[in-house]
Structure formats: C-alpha cells, structure tokens
Design a protein around this ligand. Structure first.
Ligand code: GLA
Length: 525
C-alpha cells in the first residue's frame, strides 16, 4: 500500500504488484445481482409513481425514463393481469400492492428525476458573490450571466451532451422578502424576475436551478429559509417554474437541519412540480455516519454535498477526491439512479488546473458517478478544456444507466492509484492516476491483477481515442503523466475467434487510433 508522500518505487517500468486488491469490491456478480434486484423493485414502484403522478397531479410524467419506462410499465401491467388470471389474485391483492407503492411514494423522494448524474452549469465557484454589475457587468450575478451561459450551452453543443441545468447559486435575491413573505430576486440584477429566466431556459431545452439555505441566512448573508417558511419557498420556486433547488445549510443547527431538509423534500413534492433537490445537509454534519444517515438522504434528496467547497486549485480537487475514495465503502453504496453523492463542481476551464489535472478531475468525477456541474466561463473557455468536458466516452461512462459509484481498487506504492467503476452490459471503466511529480510513469499491470478473469477484453482509451484488445493475463503498460490519468473503457470477454491473430496488447503503442471525436467507435460496443 502506498502511504505517505514519497513513492518508493524503482524507476520505470514499474513492476509494483498491487499489494491490496480490494477483491470484495470486485466481486461483480454479487454487485450486479443486488443492483438488478433492487432496481427492478425500484422500477416497479417508479412505474406506479409515474402513473399516480400522471393521473393525480396531471404531471407530464416519466419523461426522463422515456420509452423504456412505458414498455416496462406495460410489461408490469401485463404481468399483474396474468397473475390475476392464473393465480386468482383478487382486487384486494392489487389494492394492497398499490397501497404499498403509495407508501413508498410518501416515504421517498422518487420524483423520477436524475436517473443518471445531473449535468449542467453552476455559478458559484467561478462567480461567487460578485454583485458589482456596474464595474463588472460580464461576471456579476445577474440574469445576463445566466442567459449568456444558456446561450452557450444551447449553441455550442453542450446541451446535446446532457449539460442542461443552468444553476443560480448564492446572492441572487433581494435582501428583503416581499410583502407576502416570499423570496424575491434582486430587482436591479434580475429585472425580468426568476419566472422569466426559467422561461428563457425552457425555451432553449434547458432547466433552471436556484439556491436557498435551510437557516436564517444564506452563506453570503441573504435571506434564508426558516422552518416556518419552507412551504412558502417551495411554492414560490414551483410558481416560478424552477427545476432544481440547492438547499445550503449556513446559519442553522443540527436540529433545524434534521427537521428542515426532509420537510423541504415533502414541500417540493407537494407543489406538484418536479423539482430536483440538492441537499448540503451532510456536508454540515461531517459527511459520515452516525451523524449522517445516507439511507434517509437517498429517500429525500436527489443529490447531496458530503464535503467542503471546491476551490480553483489542484490541491482542492485532490483533497476532495481523496476524501470520497477514503470513505468509498460508506458513501458509495448510497448512490444510485435518482440519488448521488456530490463532490462539488467541475473547475475545468478556469485557472487552477493543468491539462492533465483537468483530465484527472473529469475522469475521477465520472468514476464517482458524480454530478457534472461546470463552474467556468463558457463564453471564453479554451478548446482544450472544452474537449475534456465534451468527451463523449467519459460522458457515457458518467451517465451509465446502472448508476453504480466506482471505487479505488488500489493505491500502489509507486504512486499510481487504480480506480474502477462497473458499467452496464458487463463493461467497466478503469482509471490509472499518478500521484508522482517526476515524469510520465510507465505502469505495468494485467487485467487479471485487477480481478478481470474472463479472457479477452476490448479497451478504449478515452482521451487518446485509441482502441485495443488484451488478454486478461497479459501484462500491458500505461504511461501516466504526473497528476494525470489514463482512462480505459473496458469491454467484456469477446469471442476469441473475432480477434484471432490479433490478440495481445503490450502497451499503448499497440492501440490504434480510432476517432478524434472521442466517441466510442460504433463497432466497439
Ligand atoms: C456554501 C456552499 C457553496 C456555495 C456558497 C454560497 O459555502 O457550500 O457551494 O453555495 O455557500 O455562499
């Protein structure tokens, strides 16, 4: 196990054998079994929730699940119908089933949103509480900033890749509530009001997020949401057509948070508008049990901040990612479709990260199944940063429908970490990350050392766009830059005959170049 700061490995090529493979983490059959069982139960209930939502609240339901949901819904209805006929299941039984689903409905925030990690843009890290629109009109927190970002998202190819949320953070509101006690936007900086801004987003196929605080004030000192204002604020956001709420936790205490966060979840549901709910609650309670109850969070929030704020530096990215992987066995299982751990924004495109570090943030966030909210300037972003954020293969990994959060498999003593995330169709992603600070490191490994045991695999290197095949027992070498990554999309045992005479991969040189667009080649999957 690599501990401390000085890697004690001999010069490359690295022959370090991983000392501690987390074999349990890799017991994929078990994981798949659990996942598929629980997800079919979830799907079953979700179908009911959709049906109930659609009829009772007249909500255009289930759109995020699309056609498969309706197919599944049809199948379940048929199944129930058949069971009713063959087993003589009475109306009473059906009523019990519906009652049980309704019970789940009231216990869980199953609003059908965010079945894969949400993607979009969030103001805070880059724009903070800049309210000086006279001297800094381009960067101040104002409706123009959000409209500018919406224009870029919809015109520069971001929206099609899934980046659809445009999220306001702190410092948007007026210092006073209105006469009816409702929050209101700062009239100078948001002259059109939030409802208009939401319409602007919706007209472009985007969604609007807003920020509040479960406490007397927001962290920036603006009006917060006290316990007796929860329902009013939820209704105000719904009336404005808001699609997501980030509820911060400054200026409150443990008991206010314990009462307030679940109540806001209920209040949002009660509005009948589907509003995704991001809870900062765990971050204010240290991020770990027993103070944090991840089961409850999964029932009431779509995502939650577990840890401190990201800043525009590599140190910050690394310390956040280290916290999440150190605690992966606690926080990882909490994540899944509709409920995500949030290690905070992507800072790619700003000032603090090199190209390699930007790739590392993108790769590690995808492994973590983390929300991908960029906080950067999309009007001036470099083509290099854009290419990383728009990498189709990584986005595909991030958005894998199984929604299992990945883990660190090993921290090698030579300063290379290996991360892994299981993906649907028996695929997986591997990330080799270098903590070294000397030179590109030639790391030698075989898939079987990482517990891949079923023969021949296809691999796609996501940043270079190269494909290759490798036998599980064959050693291969990846060259990892200091604070950089090599990320592989690995595909399962393929029929040997297909690759006869072309089987061994000994290093990146044996990958052949496929596609500059970084989309996974069509024949690959
Ligand atoms: C807290 C949050 C940040 C941001 C600021 C706004 O620090 O964690 O993400 O919302 O408040 O003041």
């Amino acid at each position: 196990m690599y501990v401390g700061s000085a890697p004690v490995c001999s010069p490359s090529p690295c022959n370090c054998v991983p000392d501690q493979l987390m074999a349990r983490a890799l017991s994929r059959d078990h994981r798949y079994h659990v996942t598929s069982t629980s997800s079919s139960i979830t799907s079953f209930f979700y179908i009911y929730i959709c049906l109930i939502e659609t009829t009772v609240h007249n909500i255009k339901g289930c759109d995020e699940l699309g056609a498969p949901t309706f197919l599944l819904s049809f199948t379940v209805q048929r199944y129930l119908w058949t069971r009713r006929r063959t087993l003589g299941v009475t109306k009473m039984h059906l009523a019990v089933a519906i009652f049980a689903s309704a019970l789940v409905l009231t216990l869980a925030l199953d609003n059908g949103l965010m079945r894969t990690p949400p993607m979009g843009w969030l103001a805070w890290e880059r724009y903070r509480c800049d309210i000086d629109c006279e001297r800094d009109p381009k960067n101040c927190i104002s409706e123009n900033l959000f409209k500018d970002m919406a224009d870029r998202l919809s015109e520069d190819g971001w929206r099609e890749l899934g980046y659809v949320y445009v999220n306001i953070d702190d410092c948007w509101s007026s210092m006073e509530r209105d006469k009816q006690g409702r929050l209101q936007a700062d009239p100078k900086r948001f002259p059109g009001g939030i409802a208009n801004l939401a319409r602007y987003m919706h007209d472009r196929g985007l969604k609007l997020g807003i920020y509040g605080d479960m406490g007397t004030h927001t962290c920036g000192g603006y009006p917060g949401t006290n316990l007796d204002q929860i329902e009013t604020d939820a209704q105000t956001f719904a009336d404005w057509g808001v699609d997501m709420l980030k509820l911060d936790g400054c200026y409150s205490n443990e008991s206010v948070q314990a009462e307030g966060y679940p109540r806001m979840s209920k209040a949002l549901n009660a509005t009948g508008r589907r509003i995704a709910y991001s809870c900062s609650w765990p971050a204010y309670q240290g991020g770990l049990p027993p103070k944090v109850n991840y089961t409850q969070l999964g029932e009431i929030c779509n995502l939650w901040r577990n840890y401190g704020d990201i800043q525009d530096s590599w140190d910050s990215v690394l310390s956040i990612s280290d916290w999440f992987f150190k605690n992966q066995d606690i926080v990882g299982p909490a994540a899944g479709p509709g409920k995500w751990n949030d290690p905070d924004m992507l800072i790619i495109g700003n000032f603090g990260l090199s190209t390699d570090q930007s790739r590392s943030q993108m790769a590690l966030w995808a492994i973590m199944a983390a929300p991908l909210f960029m906080s950067n300037d999309l009007r001036t972003i470099s083509s290099g940063a854009r290419a990383i954020l728009q990498n189709k293969a990584i986005i595909r990994i991030s958005q894998d429908p199984m929604g299992v959060q990945g883990k660190r498999l090993l921290k090698d003593k030579c300063g290379i970490d290996v991360y892994w995330r299981p993906l649907s169709d028996n695929g997986s992603a591997l990330v080799f990350f270098s903590r070294r600070n000397d030179m590109p490191y030639r790391y030698q490994i075989s898939l079987s050392k990482l517990n891949y045991t079923t023969g021949l695999y296809k691999m796609y290197e996501v940043f270079m766009g190269k494909v290759g095949t490798v036998e599980d027992t064959s050693e291969f070498t990846v060259s990892v830059n200091p604070s950089g990554v090599v990320m592989l999309y690995v595909f399962p045992p393929v029929k040997h005959r297909q690759f006869h005479g072309n089987a061994k991969l000994h290093g990146p040189a044996h990958f052949h170049h496929h596609d500059l667009d970084n989309a996974i080649p069509p024949g690959f999957l």
